[in-house]
Design a binder for this molecule. Structure first.
Ligand code: HEM
Length: 556
């Protein structure tokens, strides 16, 4: 090797170490900056070698190889070193080396189960990626909700500049974008939507009455949730309950979800893929379809007060309307956050009911107490006193949380970090509140992995634990040994980013469950292996909806 070549290798290696430090201090998702840090130093070295008469192309190739090899080695060594800010937190070394491992788990749909197993092994705070913690420390969590959102949604949107409200990291900008959502989903607005939801629930019942010989309930529940969100977000673009699923514009959602979930762990990859036409086709189709629907809704104008009416500031005539791109982003968010979550929750709920006959019978008794055979079971006002129904819904949300990746946050890079109880989270750290792990933690819930709605009624003081029915095959629990910690149940999140659609979701779930239980005797199709359902349940951004074959017999 000539002395010039030695100089080239040395210079490239030193510049790579400098580039790593620059990148570490100014973490950015800008592809331009990444390009400068990766290709800039080898270019400088090539120019230097050229001045000595060396071929710039050969030098550039050699410098680039040295630069990338040194950069990667430096990153790996730093991430595993005791100087890394997250070095003190336990976790598998493979997760500390690269976020690709977390991306892999997300792509399998089993990330939550995996994270729960990591918490069982390593404790309440686990390093799940080089710069990421998962937190299930209940004393810390209440202090963490108002930390700004993490960068995951940049990957989902495949852009570092254009994200939905859920991806806005600046708290002030988020609060501004959230205002129309708050107006469009508050109690007064929900009252206006009741009629729409009732129409959809009535149509659902009528169509189910026609399904002689059985049907896949999962499909109908999804049609219901998607038609409702189509009404809310785009002024009624779909008639899935009426016409069936062919031409279902929302099927792109399901297809794009695996890519979206994976890229939420690897935002930089999502941003790069956004520049490559044809890659992540399904995700791009999902984003484009929702944008088209928003544009069509804008062109049609509003005929009714739906969520879009508020998102478009039509209730504030003196306010200029938001830019169309913002509406397209909001429409996409409404449909992803609002339809898939509710559909999955309903599907899981009926699975739990149909595999727990005693619970089904108890719920049916409550429904029959409130609604006589000749009554219409769509009166939302009367759901308020249906405590067993609420307990069943809560129990399903606890056990099978449908918004799997809720709760990602990032401590601002330019501050002092966040102290929450005994926990210190350094600046720049991304973290998740491990909702699923909390929901099934035996420190907070007795028989945590059992579907047992009675736990809520005991907790609310409706009866004593001694008088309660236990989960099948479980010994009777007495007095103080019953554990129920409400603070560990956070299905809709909390703080400034909590789920703005909670009221709508609860109204939809109450109405559909009450209507179906009131109108039908529902059984699982004979011979169907119910045990396969939980194994088919995957969590991407929202959970999947495995098939649920049922037989519905009208009761009256
Ligand atoms: C069972 C159903 C649902 C569950 C379990 C659920 C759960 C969640 C969770 C956990 C979050 C994240 C909170 C956080 O990061 O702190 C969230 C956010 C959100 N949800 Fe829901 N959700 C449901 C239904 C709905 C519905 C029907 C809508 C209606 C549009 C909706 C709209 C939203 C929106 C817009 C956000 C983002 C809020 C923000 O960024 O400020 N959700 N939801």
């Amino acid at each position: 090797m000539s002395s010039l070549q030695v100089n080239i290798v040395l210079a490239s290696a030193i510049l790579a170490l400098v580039a790593h430090q620059l990148f570490r201090h100014n973490e950015s998702y800008s592809p331009l900056l990444h390009g400068i840090l990766v290709f800039g130093p080898p270019c400088l070295v090539a120019i230097y070698a050229f001045s000595f008469g060396d071929s710039p192309f050969d030098t550039f190739r050699q410098a680039l190889i040295t630069h990338i090899a040194t950069l990667l080695s430096s990153i790996v060594v730093y991430r595993l070193s005791p100087w890394h800010p997250l070095a003190r937190y336990p976790g598998p070394w493979s997760h500390a080396v690269t976020a690709l491992v977390a991306g892999f788990w997300m792509a399998t749909g089993n990330r939550n189960v995996h994270v729960r197993s990591l918490h069982e092994r390593y404790g309440d705070v686990v390093r799940t990626a080089p710069n990421e913690l998962s937190i299930s420390d209940l004393s810390a969590i209440p202090h963490l909700w108002n930390v700004p959102r993490g960068p995951g949604m940049k990957g989902v949107s495949m852009s570092h500049t254009q994200v939905t409200m859920m991806g806005i990291q600046d708290p002030e900008e988020h609060a501004r974008r959230r205002r129309p959502w708050n107006r469009g989903l508050n109690q007064a607005a929900l009252k206006e939507y009741e009629g729409h939801i009732m129409n959809r629930a009535q149509l659902l019942v009528r169509r189910l009455e026609e399904q002689h010989g059985g049907t896949d309930l999962s499909k109908w529940l999804a049609y219901f949730a998607q038609d409702v969100m189509g009404d809310m977000a785009f002024g009624g673009v779909t008639e899935l309950i009426r016409d069936g699923g062919h031409n279902n514009v929302f099927s792109v959602l399901e297809e794009g979800m695996i890519a979206a979930a994976t890229l939420s762990q690897l935002p930089w990859l999502g941003i790069y893929l956004g520049f490559v036409p044809g890659v992540a086709r399904k995700l791009t189709a999902m984003i484009r379809t929702m944008a088209d629907l928003s544009i069509k809704r804008l062109e049609r104008g509003s005929t009714t007060r739906d969520l879009f009416y508020y998102l478009n500031d039509e209730d504030l005539p003196d306010t200029p309307p938001p830019p169309p791109q913002q509406l397209a982003d909001d429409g996409l968010l409404a449909v992803v956050a609002g339809s898939d979550t509710t559909a999955a929750a309903l599907n899981n709920l009926f699975y739990c009911l149909l595999t727990n006959r005693a619970t089904y019978v108890a719920l049916q008794a409550e429904v029959d107490q409130v609604f006589r055979p000749e009554d219409d079971p769509y009166n939302a006002h009367r759901y308020q006193d249906m405590h067993y129904l609420r307990a069943v819904i809560y129990e399903v949300l606890r056990l099978y949380h449908p918004a799997a990746i809720g709760g990602q946050r990032q401590v601002p890079r330019n501050g002092h970090g966040v102290t929450a109880g005994s926990l210190y989270i350094p600046p720049g750290t991304i973290f998740f509140m491990a909702l699923h792990a909390l929901h099934v933690d035996p420190r907070y819930f007795t028989y945590p992995k059992e579907f047992w709605p009675e736990r809520w009624l005991i907790h609310w003081g409706h009866f004593r634990v001694e008088d309660a029915r236990m989960p099948a095959g479980k010994p009777q629990v007495h007095g103080d040994s019953f554990v129920h910690n409400d603070a560990a149940f956070i299905p809709f999140g909390n703080g400034i980013n909590y789920c703005v659609g909670k009221g709508l979701a609860m109204m939809e779930m109450r109405m559909v469950v009450t209507a179906l239980i009131h109108k039908f005797e529902i059984r699982l199709r004979e011979g169907w292996n119910a045990r396969q359902f939980p194994t088919q349940l995957k969590e991407y951004i929202t959970s999947t909806r495995p098939e649920l074959p049922v037989l519905l017999t009208p009761r009256w």
